[in-house]
Design a protein around this ligand. Structure first.
Ligand SMILES: O=C(O)CCC(=O)C(=O)O
Ligand SMILES: [Fe+2]
Length: 244
């Protein structure tokens, strides 16, 4: 697809078999990839936006996550694309065997460079949302590539938010992070390493998979866009209370 905005109007339905195949790839291999989903001018505009905001901020890491921060950009156009949204709703229906709610994204643009490159990399985590789409925007052409690393589908969707919190605590501590990093470097235990290509769109079960990115060299810029959908614990009273 070359023009995101045009895609909204011509929204061709995606065959059921394609979505089913994507879901089974995500189950079996941990992820699926739609090559060159964004390309040409759209991709260039995204790249220019990412490099401009990090430069203007004077910082070495940045994470945009409020929808107004994307207004008028191709990132917003992608989030509004019906065809794009439909992929998520249909993956949701396959995964949870119930009708999908309206697709609203928790949308993020990450930019890493300089001293934050190492600091903000190799942080293994589960996402809070069932489905994650990762769109690499800028990946350095020299030095370290900043691969995406994952242990696919290491858990199911938890019935209770509390169990989800315990899972997260078991990952988010120094000992586990150390072990995960060593295991990732050894390449064992079903670990997947994905060398990201800008414009390709990668889908995985973010909630179910422990994942992170490797650092690139500090003199480079690494930028990724993330589209998260479907919080399995949206109705949890405990979550609501903790948020207050
Ligand atoms: O930047 C990446 O490659 C992954 C980032 C990620 O997993 C996240 O922001 O939740
Ligand atoms: Fe993540």
């Amino acid at each position: 697809m070359t023009d995101l905005l045009a895609a909204k109007t011509r929204a061709q339905p995606i065959p059921d078999s394609t979505i089913a195949e994507m879901a089974s790839d995500m189950e079996r291999d941990g992820y699926c990839c739609l090559p060159s989903y964004v390309s040409g001018k759209d991709l260039v505009q995204m790249q220019e936006f990412a490099s401009a905001i990090i430069r203007q901020s004077g910082r070495t890491s940045l994470s945009l996550n409020r929808s107004e921060q994307f207004s008028g950009t191709k990132f917003e156009a992608l989030a509004n694309s019906e065809r794009f949204q439909e992929i998520f709703s249909r993956l949701y229906e396959i995964a949870l065997q119930k009708p999908s709610p309206e697709v609203n994204f928790y949308q993020v643009l990450r930019c890493l460079t300089g001293e934050d490159m190492a600091r903000e990399s190799f942080i293994f985590h589960y996402d809070s949302f069932l489905i994650t789409a990762l769109l690499p925007v800028i990946i350095p052409k020299k030095g370290r590539r900043g691969d995406f690393i994952m242990f696919p589908n290491t858990r199911g969707v938890r019935s209770a938010y509390l169990i989800n919190l315990i899972d997260k605590m078991l990952v988010d501590n120094r000992i586990s992070q150390w072990i995960l990093k060593r295991v990732a470097q050894s390449g064992y235990f079903g670990m997947k390493r994905i060398s990201l290509v800008p414009g390709n769109l990668y889908f995985f079960w973010g909630y179910r998979s422990i994942h992170t990115n490797e650092p690139c060299d500090p003199d480079q810029l690494r930028s990724t866009a993330l589209y998260h959908f479907a919080d399995p614990h949206i109705d949890s009273p405990l979550k609501a209370r903790l948020r207050r």
